[in-house]
Design a protein around this ligand. Structure first.
Ligand code: GDP
Length: 295
């Protein structure tokens, strides 16, 4: 296991209590540990650089009071800066003033997109009537997976006709189905790939154009590590993401991608998946994530 940042600081700053101002050397030592801790937590290295500079700017010239130790002082600065980057206030999902609200779910294959689609529908079914729509027609199993999960959670489902291959047409038709079944919310589960490719992006762009989604939510596996920034950057550039859902936070990932994705794209992290069951979804909490990242 990793030493927490707090423990590392305590080691560096042992005996420095009540020293007056922190010297440049003290700050450099602390920042070296911050850098290491963030990299170990899988924060993208470019983001680490920016975060470290922001912390340096705040720590320089700070008076160390008798009441707190230098390690506490720097730890607090680091913690506050991380929360600032990830967004202090929760970012709720937007509801369209003119129903139906449409959420387009995107992400790499295996990120948890299908599961998250049903998780969100389930959460929204208090107060709304969501319809989940299978638009991943490349993997026949994906349609069945969504159907089964939706049935279990008692959520209306719409999918392709036998032999249908155009996901944009399915998405378009889902609107009439939603209307006739009094559903005021549509969640589109789109295709993913193991890697991003241009063909997939073009398919998603067409779907965006055809359905004018209220939100485009990127589902990111928190175990993705450094690669999460590139994935989020490409999806954001092509589609204009409105939110991110980070999944598999019940695993032992340190959660660095949440910091890196937010810092590099500016897109808010709205929700967090914390288990395989469809009720395992939480509002993203920047404070808890900061604690998880720096320990
Ligand atoms: P998709 O290919 O992106 O649609 O991904 P799936 O929804 O099929 O999920 C891939 C795997 O990850 C499945 O085995 C899910 O049960 C699992 N999964 C999804 N979200 C979570 C989560 O928050 N925690 C855990 N532990 N597993 C998850």
């Amino acid at each position: 296991m990793f030493d927490s940042l707090k423990e590392r600081f305590e080691n560096i700053f042992a005996g420095l209590r009540g020293k007056g101002k922190l010297s440049e050397e003290d700050i450099n030592l602390a920042l070296r540990e911050v850098r290491r801790a963030l990299l170990e937590a899988d924060v993208n290295y470019k983001v680490v650089k920016d975060v470290v500079e922001a912390i340096r700017a705040r720590a320089t010239g700070q008076q160390v009071l008798e009441s707190i130790t230098p390690s506490q002082l720097i730890f607090t600065i680091v913690y506050e800066e991380l929360i600032k980057i990830m967004g202090e206030a929760p970012a709720p999902l937007v509801i369209s003033p003119k129903p139906p609200t449409v959420y387009m779910m995107v992400g790499l294959q295996g990120s948890g997109k299908t599961t998250t689609t049903v998780k969100i529908a389930r959460r929204m079914s208090k107060g709304h009537k969501p319809l989940v729509v299978a638009c991943d027609l490349r993997r026949p199993a994906a349609v069945d997976q969504l159907r089964v999960l939706a049935e279990k959670a008692n959520i209306p489902f719409f999918g392709p006709e036998a032999g249908e291959t155009d996901p944009v047409a399915v998405a378009r038709r889902s609107r009439a189905y939603a209307e006739s079944h009094l559903c005021d919310m549509i969640l589109l589960d789109t295709a993913g790939r193991l890697q991003m490719d241009d063909e997939l992006m073009r398919e998603l762009e067409s779907m965006k154009e055809a359905t004018a989604p209220t939100e485009i939510l990127l589902v990111v596996d928190s175990m993705t590590g450094q690669e999460a920034v590139n994935v989020a950057g490409t999806f954001h550039e092509r589609l204009g993401l409105t939110g991110v859902v980070l999944t598999k936070l019940d695993g032992d990932a340190r959660g660095g991608p949440s910091l890196a994705v937010r810092a590099s794209t500016g897109v808010p992290i709205k929700l967090a998946g914390c288990g395989e069951k469809t009720e395992d979804l939480e509002v993203f909490d920047a404070r808890r994530m900061a604690q998880r990242i720096i320990g």
